[in-house]
Design a protein around this ligand. Structure first.
Ligand code: ATP
Length: 393
């Protein structure tokens, strides 16, 4: 069992001048037993502090944390049945892998030496590191050290795993392999896991759900496809997805039923006009690079843009173009032949555009959700935007 509830968690740090730094601001998240939740956000948004509060390594300023219905907010770290894995592995350099893995059991349980050894060997087999048990961290590669660190976490059979950027010290190829391994391991062990990263690709590929933080505040919690296709606000829209969503500052011309940008006008159909009828005049239009198409006969809202740079990736090409002095990206089918310095006609299909409040950034209208996003979100009925009403406050 590992059902975690974080309610109104706030963590303030005082600095020398007496001003408080609010690292985590009124954060509430419920994590289901066995769930893999990824906490993602830019550097300094409060991810590690949240994790450290859950682990009991940091005191909580306000709010509560409960595990399986027990309030653990002020419980000593060592009394929480929680295991943490760090970016820098945090292994004892003078101990062999066997001793590193067994250390927690030796200090925290009354298991006999033979029983501890049995646990160590079972874990080592699961992690594929049986042949590394007698080696010290200095003799191991980064990936091997991280496997030992994971083994040390697993062997304790915790109710909750907390992982703080565990793969960021590994090279790109190993990271991808370890990403899959970790997911499989978590699914096999079925232990509730909170995984911190600033890498949105890791967030999209690893988590059952993603919690996006910015400036200590929760921006959105949802399945990866939900956050991708139905972002709650402009911040999430820009943070999740690579290359990022394109944004254009526009204003509504309600009489004409158009959105007006300095360089172009965009005609709205009746449904879109209605969906933004109560919205402010100043909006931000968002469109993902892969939703921009090369225009075909009969398309509406065609814009002619000059291509600055083309990056061919094979299956698709990233096409960079400038509008009003700003660079935008389109991801175009690799079979289309597009060269630099030519003009092309592109469209932003109306069922793919997002509109955000120009001031608050709150999503007013998201693209039509694809079936995959709806199916994925249905697994988390209680928290999904579909269940709650899209982007309701
Ligand atoms: P990163 O991805 O860079 O590790 P993060 O999202 O994990 O960032 P935190 O380490 O949680 O962010 O930090 C959140 C904020 O709290 C930052 O402004 C940071 O400077 C501040 N902070 C963290 N620890 C302390 C501390 N011990 N004393 C004072 N301020 C701190």
């Amino acid at each position: 069992m590992g059902d975690l509830k974080i309610a109104n968690l706030t963590k303030r740090f005082g600095d020398e001048s007496g001003t408080a730094i609010v690292a985590v601001d009124d954060l509430s998240i419920s994590i289901e037993d066995g769930e893999f939740l990824v906490l993602v956000g830019p550097s300094g948004c409060g991810k590690s502090t949240t994790l450290r509060c859950i682990a009991g390594l940091e005191s909580v300023t306000e709010g509560t944390i409960s595990l399986n219905g027990t309030d653990i907010t002020h419980q000593r770290s060592r009394n929480r049945n929680i295991a943490m894995v760090f970016q820098n592995y945090a292994l004892y350099p003078h101990m062999t892998s066997r001793k590193n893995i067994g250390f927690g059991l030796k200090m925290g349980t009354d298991l006999s030496a033979a029983e501890i050894n049995e646990h160590i060997e079972k874990t080592a087999e699961m992690m594929g590191i049986e042949n590394l048990l007698e080696k010290k961290p200095g003799e191991l590669s980064g990936g091997q050290q991280q496997r030992v660190a994971l083994g040390r976490a697993i062997v304790r059979d915790p109710e909750l795993f907390l992982m703080d950027e565990p793969l960021s010290n590994l090279d790109a190829k190993l990271r991808t392999t370890m990403r899959t391994e970790l997911q499989n391991l978590q699914a096999d062990l079925d232990v509730t896991t909170i995984y911190v990263t600033h890498d949105q690709t890791e967030a999209m590929t690893m988590g059952d759900r993603i919690a996006v933080l910015n400036d200590g505040e929760l921006q959105q919690i949802g399945t990866p496809l939900e956050c991708y296709h139905l972002p709650a606000n402009r911040f999430v829209a820009g943070f999740i997805g690579s290359p990022s969503m394109n944004f254009f500052e526009v204003s509504q011309n309600r009489d004409m039923g158009t959105l007006v940008h300095d360089e172009f006008g965009y005609s709205l159909n009746a449904a879109t006009s209605e969906s933004i009828a109560d919205a402010a005049d100043v909006l931000t239009l968002g469109i993902r690079p892969e939703d921009i198409r090369v225009a075909a006969r009969g398309d509406e809202n065609i814009f002619t843009v000059e291509v600055d740079v083309v990056e061919p990736l094979g299956d698709q090409s990233y096409v960079y173009f400038t509008v009003g002095g700003q660079t935008y990206t389109a991801s175009i089918d690799g079979e289309e032949y597009i060269r630099e310095d030519i003009e092309i006609d592109v469209v932003f299909p109306q069922n793919r555009i997002h509109l955000f409040d120009g001031q608050t950034g709150k999503a007013i209208k998201n693209r039509d959700p694809p079936e995959a996003a709806q199916a994925e979100a249905a697994e988390f009925q209680d928290s999904s935007s579909f269940a709650a009403g899209q982007n309701d406050d």
